[in-house]
Design a protein around this ligand. Structure first.
Ligand SMILES: N[C@@H](CCC(=O)N[C@@H](CS)C(=O)NCC(=O)O)C(=O)O
Length: 250
């Protein structure tokens, strides 16, 4: 039977033509494209995620305030009837069910990929780059998501206006991000200065993680932003080249 389109649930922004923007959902999107699998996007506003997950049978991925937390990305695969939450679990699912044309997590690297995910997230991505995006994201979401995002993020970060305002605080944050990427660049350089991927010539899930977050900075702040200008110039343009190699047009 012909391969049916996998459904990717993602969070919309006002200008949908600018494509997916969330680092987490971009990981799943890039993984689907890496495999060359046909898929379509169903857009779900933040306040509707939990109800939507209930409806399709997608499990929560964590907890917030002692209650189950439902997040995107989720995929639904009509070929197998599987519904999978969490970007990492989605990558593992795709490898398990669609081995061809190439693995996201090559055999024997499972533990290393998991260790890299934790290390790169803590060093450069989530903890360091994340504060730079919060205010901007709150501005481009549709009204229902906007209200939800501001309320839930301010409960954690305080006033979004104060998290990473333009000026010295933002400059400091970008310096911290650069310092994080310096470390990650050192890991990449172990494969050879001229190599694009963490495994040298073989792209893998590790690179998709980095490419997805890097692409999210480009999409969130915009191609002409200072944030993207800086990030895309670091380390000989390594991160921008990863986006070019593994990024998505949607
Ligand atoms: N570990 C999850 C995290 C996903 C995640 O945090 N997604 C955010 C969007 S970027 C979300 O859906 N949040 C729902 C909420 O804040 O209520 C993954 O990798 O998929």
């Amino acid at each position: 039977m012909a391969q049916q389109e996998i459904i990717l649930y993602d969070i919309p922004r006002q200008e949908l033509e600018k494509g997916g923007w969330s680092g987490n959902t971009l990981k799943a999107r890039l993984a689907l494209e890496f495999k060359g699998l046909p898929y379509k996007t169903v857009w779900v506003e933040y306040p509707d995620i939990a109800a939507h997950c209930h409806k399709i049978g997608a499990p929560p991925t964590g907890q917030r305030d002692g209650k189950p937390l439902y997040t995107l990305p989720v995929i639904k695969d009509p070929n197998t009837n599987a519904v999978v939450s969490d970007s990492y679990a989605i990558a593992e699912y795709l490898d398990a069910h669609y081995a061809a044309p190439r693995p996201l997590i090559p055999a024997g690297t499972e533990g290393l990929q998991a260790a890299f995910f934790k290390a790169v997230t803590d060093t450069a991505l989530r903890s360091v780059l994340h504060p730079t995006i919060l205010k901007r994201v709150s501005e481009f979401l549709n009204p229902p998501s906007q209200e939800y995002f501001i309320r839930t993020r301010e409960a954690v970060w305080g006033k979004l206006d104060d998290v990473c305002p333009p000026g010295p605080k933002r400059e400091q944050q970008m310096k911290a991000a650069k310092a994080g990427f310096d470390i990650v660049n050192g890991w990449y350089a172990k494969a050879g200065e001229d190599k694009l991927y963490l495994m040298g010539d073989t792209p893998s899930w590790a690179d998709i993680i980095v490419a997805a977050y890097t692409l999210s900075i480009k999409r969130i702040h915009g191609e002409n932003s200072d944030e993207w200008r800086q990030l895309s110039s670091w380390h000989g343009g390594r991160w921008a080249k990863l986006v070019d190699a593994l990024g998505s047009s949607t």
